[in-house]
Design a protein around this ligand. Structure first.
Ligand code: UDP
Ligand code: MG
Length: 335
């Protein structure tokens, strides 16, 4: 019988955190299963995102000790978004919860998430009410990002909701069918719709090790988020161009009239320099933004898989090779 609940835990060089995570999750998980029913079972699906430390060995040992532990090993580091996509595609549960291993997503919230699910919600968001554990710069940039995206996006992305949330099988199946390779999970999770409930929590400090996100990665995640959620940045340039052209016409008319009336044409070095530089800058910026979208189109056209599974502990040992093939079969592009 398939488990009712799958916890997806992407891990990248997390040897210090694995043990503490399993300890911390045990009780809340049991409570969450009690909410579902007496027969309910869970699956802890670790997705090893190409770790280079002892994480894979530890996962193999943990899977031997605890039948609920299962792991996927990706062939290299594909990033958290791809790791979660892999987890969602391999999860067997009727409800799925992606969760960080560093205990920043408190496991104590699991019973509350499951309660909302049992009550009928298909997506249960966990919302951070206090982010004082993040640096001020990170909070500020995150806030700015959500403001910017939600100004433009067709489906608003809830602020302060991370990847930690409960997704019903119905929502997971929809997400698994989305064929895009530029993954921005928070945008996809918001896009699926269904009945949404929200549970609040306070985000704590990272348990051990340090954050695996570098600013460059966050920046490219933010760009993925914007380009995946909206094409408004492309459209802005129609209006900017229109306004610039109109003012250029007005200014030209002014210059002609001025010369006709006063008879002298003004020396205009400054105004020419300013308009040349300004227009040049605007054009480069707009070309750059188009480039962001075109680059992503090129990436989607290549149709590479999101991730490559090297090993699935649930498929060992006889299906090893077919599992590798399966990672290459992409979900159908049209639902
Ligand atoms: N992670 C991953 N692949 C990566 C980076 C991170 O699977 O390339 C995992 C990591 O092991 C952790 C989760 O994603 O379980 C969140 O990472 P982290 O705590 O470093 O991010 P932050 O909490 O700072 O956003
Ligand atoms: Mg963290």
């Amino acid at each position: 019988m398939p488990p009712q609940l799958t916890i997806i835990i992407p891990v990248f060089n997390e040897q210090e955190s694995l043990g503490a995570f399993l300890d911390a999750v045990r009780t809340p998980l049991a409570q969450a299963l009690d909410v579902i029913g007496p027969q309910a079972s869970a699956e802890l699906l670790f997705v090893d995102d190409g770790s280079s430390d002892r994480t894979p060995d530890m996962l193999a040992i943990l899977a031997g000790l605890d039948a609920r532990v299962r792991y996927l090993r990706l062939s290299r580091n594909f990033g958290k978004e791809a790791a979660i996509a892999a987890g969602l595609q391999h999860a067997r549960g009727a409800a799925v919860v992606p969760m960080d291993v560093d205990l920043q997503d408190p496991p104590e919230l699991l019973p509350a998430l499951v309660r909302e699910w049992v009550a009928g919600a298909k997506v249960v968001n966990a919302r951070r009410v206090d982010r004082s554990s993040d640096s001020r710069l990170k909070r500020w940039t995150a806030h700015g990002f959500y403001r910017a995206v939600n100004l433009m996006a067709e489906t608003p992305i809830p602020e302060n909701v991370g990847d930690y949330r409960l997704l019903d099988r119905a929502a997971v199946d929809v997400i698994n069918r989305l064929g895009e390779s530029a993954r921005f999970n928070k945008g996809l999770f918001a896009w699926v719709g269904f009945r949404v409930a929200t549970v609040d929590y306070v985000r704590s400090q990272r348990h051990a090790g340090e954050t695996k996100w570098r600013w460059r990665r966050l920046w490219s995640l933010a760009l993925d988020g914007i380009t995946a959620s909206t094409t408004a940045p492309l459209r802005i340039w129609t209006y900017v161009g229109g306004v610039t052209a109109l003012s250029a016409f007005a200014y030209a008319a002014f210059l002609v009239l001025h010369t006709l009336i006063t008879g002298i044409d003004t020396p205009g070095y400054a105004s020419i320099m300013i308009s040349v530089l300004m227009l040049g800058g605007i054009q480069l910026l707009s070309i750059g933004i188009m480039g962001e979208y075109i680059g992503r189109i090129a990436k989607e056209v290549r149709q590479r898989p999101l991730y490559v599974v090297e090993q699935d502990s649930a498929a060992e040992p006889d299906h090893g090779s077919s599992e590798r093939e399966e990672a290459w079969t992409r979900p159908p592009m049209r639902a």
